[in-house]
Design a protein around this ligand. Structure first.
Ligand code: DUC
Ligand code: ZN
Length: 476
């Protein structure tokens, strides 16, 4: 077609732009959005989006793939199946974790992770840095160089053997993050509460699955969230509280924001669409829902929704952490709760679950949905303005949705390599039917058109201006 003005035109959809919803076309050139408007000129390729919604491709800023084994068991998804599954669920960028444990070199882990992702990823990706050993050498010689190379966010844990930091170490990491303009994500559970309760439940032979929830009490989330906020306030650097699961943590974050502190928060599908009841089974099937923090008592769900609605929680990501069920129950029918690998799959169902209950359920506007699942993670993790919105100059990363398609989630319709989904049998309305990554149609309603290795590493910007001074504390 010689008179083509664009490489691709997505024609006639209802576009979900940051401030409005507009019936218009999108013209794509060289993988970028070149024009938005009605009646655009021809494209060498045209895709009809008539009767459909066109949303920014999802950004999943919390997902695990091809991570180090847990008690000898590997995650089910590598970068091939993990990113494929994301893509088929309407996601166009993922940010998984390069995980350093005590004694390891973080730079070596990141180099290894590049080798794992590069040949396999179907969509674009970045890496967060899990800092499990913030030695003076790692803080001085490794992290600044990794941030300069585009890994501009750090994850720290307040629990988990081999990963957890004490408060002194947290302060060092926060101090470095401030000086580098990096985001710090915090897994905020109280480690001592978990260990103390687990020891007592085990001693009392209370090892059935339900005790997983009791051993991770929501008061421990509240305490650890408040502590993380306090350390962030002292060091004057933003943090993002990961996977907020319970009302108490929401309250702490809301209070901190009301005081003007730069505290951000994320929640995940398991805290809206699963509950402690799903774990409390007589057999081990409830282990399909075992993750940390655990899905809480249902009474917490309205608080999470409220946190989303009033802006206390900005980000909705999956925390896809795909262990096979066969590995979860490998210890036999009496496997105690604390020996079940933590984590559940959910990278492909994240968007549809929220769209169905949020948008079709009348709780969320399309703009809010797009911001929770794409715009906010892009801004907070240094992917803006390249990704996160439908706007001229941005990457043409799009998800075309049939807002009325009703789908019953079954593991055999999903594309992860995990042998189960915790959402088996849940019915949703609204489904992403096409995914476009940098102007390339990669998922066409049941047909996979991408190739492993086409995804690119995205060197992310620093989300905050680097600041050397610690003005309030050190000037006193
Ligand atoms: N919780 C996490 O924070 N990460 C991975 C798995 C889990 O359950
Ligand atoms: Zn996680």
């Amino acid at each position: 077609m010689t008179d083509a003005v664009f490489d691709l035109v997505v024609r006639g959809g209802l576009l979900v732009l940051p401030q409005e919803t507009l019936e218009a076309d999108i013209g794509v050139r060289d993988g970028l959005i070149a024009a938005i408007g009605p009646g655009l000129g021809r494209g060498r390729r045209e895709i009809s989006a008539e009767g459909r919604l066109v949303l920014p491709g999802g950004i999943d800023s919390h997902c695990h793939m091809d991570q180090q084994p847990w008690e000898g068991k590997a995650t089910a998804d590598d970068f091939d199946s993990g990113t494929l599954s994301a893509m088929c669920g309407g996601t166009t960028t993922v940010v998984p974790f390069a995980m350093q444990m005590r004694g390891q070199s973080l730079s070596a882990i990141v180099a290894d992770y590049h080798g794992r992702a590069g040949p396999k990823a179907h969509i674009d990706y970045g890496f967060h840095l899990i800092v499990g050993d913030p030695s003076a050498e790692v803080l001085r010689d490794e992290i600044p160089a990794l941030i300069a190379a585009g890994c501009t966010s750090i994850k720290i844990y307040l629990t988990y053997d081999g990963l957890k930091l004490d408060d002194y170490e947290v302060l060092n990491v926060l101090d470095l993050a401030r000086s580098q303009g990096a985001m710090v994500m915090v897994h905020a559970e109280n480690d001592a509460c978990i260990r103390w309760l687990t020891e007592r439940f085990v001693a009392a032979r209370k090892t059935q699955l339900r005790y997983h929830v009791h051993a991770h009490p929501d008061i421990g989330d509240r305490e650890a969230t408040f502590r993380a906020i306090s350390l962030s306030e002292l060091i004057e650097t933003p943090i993002l509280v990961s996977h907020v699961a319970a009302g108490g943590a929401v309250e702490e974050i809301r209070r901190a924001k009301a005081r003007g502190l730069p505290i951000y928060a994320e929640t995940c599908p398991q805290y809206l669409f699963l509950s402690a009841e799903d774990i409390d089974t007589d057999d081990l099937s409830g282990s399909k829902c075992v993750c940390t923090p655990p899905p809480r008592d249902k009474s917490n769900q309205p608080a999470i929704w409220q946190g989303i609605l009033d802006g206390t929680i900005e980000v909705f990501s999956s925390d896809h952490s795909p262990w096979n069920y066969v590995d979860k129950i490998a210890g036999g029918p009496d496997t105690p709760f604390h020996r079940i690998p933590n984590g559940i799959p959910g990278i492909e169902t994240r968007l549809a679950l929220l769209f169905s209950a949020g948008v079709n359920g009348g709780r969320l506007s399309l703009q809010k949905f797009a911001d929770l699942t794409s715009g906010a993670p892009a801004r907070l993790f240094g992917l803006s303005p390249r990704k996160g919105t439908i706007s001229v100059g941005a990457d043409a990363d799009l998800a075309i949705w049939d807002p009325d398609r009703t789908v019953t989630i079954r593991n055999d319709i999903l594309h992860h390599a995990t042998d189960h989904t915790p959402y088996e049998g849940q019915t949703v309305r609204g489904w992403p039917v096409m995914t476009i990554s940098r102007g390339e149609l990669v998922w066409n309603d049941g047909e996979i058109l991408s190739k492993a290795g086409r995804g690119r590493f995205i060197a992310r910007e620093r989300p905050f201006p680097p600041r050397q001074d610690l003005s309030k504390v050190l000037s006193s």
